[in-house]
Write a protein that binds this ligand. Structure first.
Ligand SMILES: O=C(O)c1ccccc1N[C@@H]1O[C@H](COP(=O)(O)O)[C@@H](O)[C@H]1O
Length: 203
């Protein structure tokens, strides 16, 4: 199972979390996020990754900017209102399409990307906030989602205190956490991060 730790802003923390075994390290390129970092800091973080892949999280990007990010990042995560036509302009094996889930009707959106073999990340929907909300998707809905598609990374309020229970109910393609593992926006609590990775890796 893929373990992604997102909202990383500090190269030193990227290094330590990568060395501890995170498969993916996520950075936020959305300027309105308190975890936003610019291209130079993204490059510094990339230089500090051991075996982890770098995921650049975007929200409704300009096409050229998003394509440029793929010169640095291994994956681009579309976390806004991007539709399938836009997402298909990118190599599908380097794309993660985030779907902010409100209710069961969003299963149709997930199937749309499943039909194109595009990896999906599900996050909790919150009006007016694109991500990093710390809010969870209902566990029964998460079960329905992971029954519909095997290439789903689950996110939204995941933490070292709730992950074990969640994994007793669902076996997702991956897990992704950010705000619940922080001491402040963009600054991770490394003990919490390590506990999260240990639980996800069942070690
Ligand atoms: O983290 C953010 O600030 C953010 C801003 C805009 C789009 C996505 C963002 N983060 C993504 O949201 C998930 C879930 O976050 P959380 O664990 O509930 O805090 C996070 O993993 C990022 O991929």
């Amino acid at each position: 199972m893929i373990v992604k730790i997102c909202g990383i802003t500090l190269p030193s923390q990227a290094k330590e979390i990568s060395e501890y075994g995170a498969d993916y390290i996520g950075v936020i390129t959305y300027p309105k996020s308190p975890r936003y970092i610019g291209i130079e800091r993204i490059k510094e973080i990339k230089e500090n990754l051991k075996n982890s892949k770098l995921v650049a999280v975007v929200v409704n990007p300009i096409l050229e900017q998003a394509l440029e990010l793929l010169n640095i990042a291994d994956f681009i995560q579309f976390h806004g209102d991007e539709d399938l036509d836009f997402v298909k302009k990118f190599p599908k094996n380097r794309v993660i399409k985030a779907i902010r889930v409100k209710n069961e009707s969003d299963l149709e959106k997930i199937k749309t990307f499943k039909n194109e073999d595009i990896t999906v990340l599900v996050d909790a929907f919150k009006e007016g906030v694109y991500g990093g909300t710390g809010e969870m998707i209902d566990l029964n809905l998460l079960k329905k989602i992971t029954d519909v598609y095997d290439k789903v990374i689950i996110s939204g309020g995941l933490s070292e205190t709730n992950l074990k229970e969640i994994l007793n109910h669902v076996k997702p393609y991956g897990v992704d956490a950010s705000s619940k593992l922080e001491v402040s926006p963009g600054v991770k609590d490394l003990d919490k991060v390590k506990k999260f990775i240990d639980i996800a890796k069942n070690r």
